[in-house]
Design a protein around this ligand. Structure first.
Ligand SMILES: [Zn+2]
Length: 213
């Protein structure tokens, strides 16, 4: 059971389809792990449906109704087979990674940290990565140019006195300067969306410069 959820305005933006792709992926992955937020989404979808019902008499001109009916009669496009789920990557994320967690081509960054960049175009200045941190290791003290959104997939970490485990979502904005530490009970794997560049400030800053945007 997740203890740290995306804020409701983020869920609403997701329901409205207005989140950038990397953030949509984080929310979709969280939803696959969090019954409570799925419940919230059901309520939001019902709300959205009711609003559409209210709008439909004025929005639907006669010819658009004809077009809608014609479209409904067309055969539905074949659905892509659902991506398989493995023990770490829920299906929305598995589809992006394109392989199981055991076959991810990790790139070593040093100090027990590895990353895999997801093939999502960096058009809005966002970088989307899987990051794997050895048990008990920290990500060196850093701040950000922009927001950072993290979803735990395996293991856990502690940051600012809060502990985050599988399914939990952590957000940080440019005012946050932090040193997340992986839990000691095993490797920690996270999906992390970063806006702009990370700014490392500690003695290991230069070592991890390739972590930047
Ligand atoms: Zn949730």
């Amino acid at each position: 059971m997740s203890r740290h959820h995306p804020p409701e305005d983020v869920l609403m933006a997701y329901a409205a389809g207005s989140l950038p792709e990397p953030h949509s992926l984080v929310v979709a992955t969280h939803l696959s792990l969090c019954p409570a937020c799925r419940q919230t989404m059901t309520g939001l979808d019902a709300l959205g449906g009711a609003m559409l019902d209210d709008l439909s008499p004025t929005l639907m001109e006669a010819d658009s109704l004809d077009r809608l009916m014609a479209r409904l009669e067309e055969p539905a496009p074949p659905k892509a087979p659902p991506a398989p789920t493995d023990s770490v990557l829920p299906s929305p994320l598995r589809a992006y990674v394109g392989r199981g967690i055991e076959n991810v081509a990790w790139k070593k960054l040093g100090r027990g940290i590895e990353e895999f960049r997801l093939p999502i175009p960096n058009t809005d200045g966002y970088t989307t990565r899987l990051v794997r941190v050895a048990a008990g290791r920290d990500i060196p003290s850093h701040s950000h140019d922009g927001d950072e959104l993290t979803l735990v997939l395996a293991g856990g970490f502690t940051d600012g006195g809060e502990n985050y485990r599988r399914g939990d979502v952590a957000g940080a904005d440019p005012t946050v300067h932090h040193t997340p530490v992986a839990d000691a009970d095993g490797v920690c794997i996270c999906l992390i969306v970063t806006e702009g560049k990370l700014r490392f400030s500690g003695p290991f800053g230069p070592l991890l410069s390739y972590f930047r945007g």
